[in-house]
Design a protein around this ligand. Structure first.
Ligand code: ATP
Length: 306
């Protein structure tokens, strides 16, 4: 029996290793996802970021020809400012970030950075200029240090630790027995959604791009973690042109402008307080989220008491 067990056990090991390698490759492709249809134009120039102003001009887009997703969207994110996009699920918020990163090309209209159409510049330079903190961060099956260094390969250990400190994840890492050399992912430590997002923020801080896309996680985080992530995001977005795809309205109260998107159209825009006064879609979303938060807190309190 033991004779049979050993080879089977070994095969199980090999299977797990192969499966893991496949997962890593998938993760890598997700990170580096490049649509083969999206190619540099012949003679495309490098993107020249002078200030970092983003403009969407009457952008129309659909994934499938018979289903328009964005129906003439226009807005500007002035250099160094923060604009948040909010709206019901499926409104097209993440699609906006994909068009800016040029995972897809617009159907009509244009997306520009400092006046340069993103379709006219070298993709490599476009993506170097943009830091993306996605909803679900994919971490490599490697150490925490490696995962942060991915933001900039020539970063020193000291720079990695500084970035982690700014992202509010350094104290957590320091507490681990192996610190920055702790393996994460399938083979090592499982990080929570909030921890993974802070690793992604540290990675982006290290990259130091002039433009940022923050795609907030949909899942509700506890209010302490949310505050920590919010602080980290505020630090990373300071002085950078930032587009926030927001699900939690409490995180964008201070945004320079909030764009409310519904079924692919901009239906309201303005500051948080202006939108509340208007009593429209945003005000309704705000009320519903407050009610849900209050109910959640009440439930948590009853749990603690009971
Ligand atoms: P959520 O708040 O739920 O993340 P969202 O506002 O970010 O939603 P998008 O992800 O931009 O919405 O999607 C807009 C619409 O486009 C949705 O109806 C979605 O089903 C559709 N869609 C998204 N990606 C694709 C795709 N690759 N192919 C076809 N349709 C897609």
């Amino acid at each position: 029996m033991i004779q049979l067990y050993q080879p089977l056990n070994f095969m199980g090991f090999v299977y797990r290793e192969i499966k893991q390698a496949v997962t890593d490759i998938e993760a890598m492709f997700k990170l580096l996802a490049e649509d083969p249809e999206i190619e540099d134009k012949p003679g495309a120039k490098p993107l020249d970021v002078r200030e970092g102003t983003i403009r969407f001009e009457d952008v129309r887009f659909s994934y499938d020809p018979d289903r328009p997703i964005l129906k003439g969207v226009s807005f500007e994110v002035p250099a160094g400012k923060t604009v948040a996009i909010v709206g019901p699920s499926g409104a097209g918020k993440s699609t906006i970030s994909r068009l800016l990163y040029r995972f897809y090309d617009v159907g009509e209209g244009r997306v520009t950075i400092d006046g340069q159409d993103v379709r006219d510049v070298q993709q490599k330079t476009l993506r170097n200029a943009i830091g993306m903190v996605p909803q679900d961060t994919v971490l490599f099956n490697d150490t925490i240090r490696y995962n942060i260094r991915y933001g900039r390969w020539d970063a020193t250990d000291e720079e990695i630790e500084q970035a982690a400190a700014l992202a509010q994840i350094d104290p957590f890492i320091q507490m681990l027995p192996k610190g920055y050399d702790t393996e994460v992912g399938e083979r090592g430590l499982k990080l929570s959604g909030g921890e993974k997002q802070r690793v992604a923020i540290a990675r982006t801080i290290l990259k130091g791009p002039p433009i940022l896309i923050l795609d907030e996680a949909t899942s509700a985080l506890d209010s302490y973690t949310e505050k920590e992530i919010q602080d980290a995001l505020e630090r990373v977005s300071e002085g950078r042109t930032t587009l926030v795809i927001a699900h939690r309205l409490s995180t964008i109260i201070n945004a320079d402008e909030i764009i409310v998107l519904s079924a692919g159209e901009v239906v309201e825009r303005g500051h948080h307080s202006e939108l509340l006064t208007q009593g429209g879609l945003y005000a309704g979303m705000w009320d519903r989220q407050r009610e849900a938060d209050e109910a959640r807190e009440k439930l948590a309190r009853t749990g603690e008491e009971g």
